[in-house]
Design a binder for this molecule. Sequence first.
Ligand code: NAP
Ligand code: GCO
Length: 267
Amino acid sequence: MFDSKDFRLDGKVALVTGASYGIGFAIASAFAKAGATICFNDLSEEKKEMGLKAYKEAGIDAHGYVCNVCDEEQVQAMVKQIEEEVGTIDILVNNAGIIKRIPMTEMSAAEFRQVVDVDLNAPFIVSKAVIPGMIEKGHGKIINICSMMSELGRETVSAYAAAKGGLKMLTRNICSEYGEYNIQCNGIGPGYIATPQTAPLRERQADGSRHPFDQFIVAKTPAARWGTPEDLQGPAVFLASDASNFVNGHILYVDGGILAYIGKQPQ
Ligand code: NAP
Ligand code: GCO
């Protein structure tokens, strides 16, 4: 029987990685409004404090941690600390991510590895740390923040596309391996969202005109605009809630229609 309470997250403990600002902050804020207790991490004490201040201003009593998601020891220690201080994690959002826009033939192997480390290896490391607690508790939700680049390529983003394509398959594999323990692992594939990560693509030109990529993306998006972090809130709450208990291994693209669209014919 349908009950709108199934969309609530009361009593749940959520960890959103890299969530001092941007998409992670918006998702965590929505979880808090739906009733969850929020834990987040960032790379430095300074960023963590910045995040805690932002949550406080939004009326959210969040728990902040300094942790590099690529470092398995730090991640295991953070998850243990959360379990002791807050409770077992019910919802994990693998949100922390980086991009390097460098043509492939100019990119060093070290740069490529760094992107794959944050965008693919880290979701493995953090998921691995929380899954045992979820199995013990009898349920769990993992949401991996994927990308348009889980499906599409473009010049300069080879490492990011390789990592986000891999993250799509890690999502399906976690679903396959742990679905029987009542763990749902899904992805959200945001379209082009206005955050610090994409700020260089929206910078005004010296003559005051819009960046060519900005114009290109708006033309390529049926919604005819950039997305906002808030556009991801409803989809994230859905995938974190009991309303999606039979949705597993799915990537929900929240892209204003980009993936459905062949593009305008040249005038
Ligand atoms: P953002 O503004 O750059 O924020 C990324 C966050 O991740 C920052 O808080 C950053 O911390 C943190 N982070 C990076 N490396 C980390 C590490 N090793 N350990 C812990 N935290 C780390 O990015 P965003 O645009 O909000 O993107 C969030 C996620 O959505 C990313 O996975 C991104 O790839 C994905 N995404 C973004 C878009 C978009 O259009 N913006 C579209 C699709 C997918 P610092 O500030 O300390 O570096
Ligand atoms: C880029 C962008 C993207 C987006 C996003 C799209 O340079 O093309 O930064 O990769 O950030 O992931 O979904």
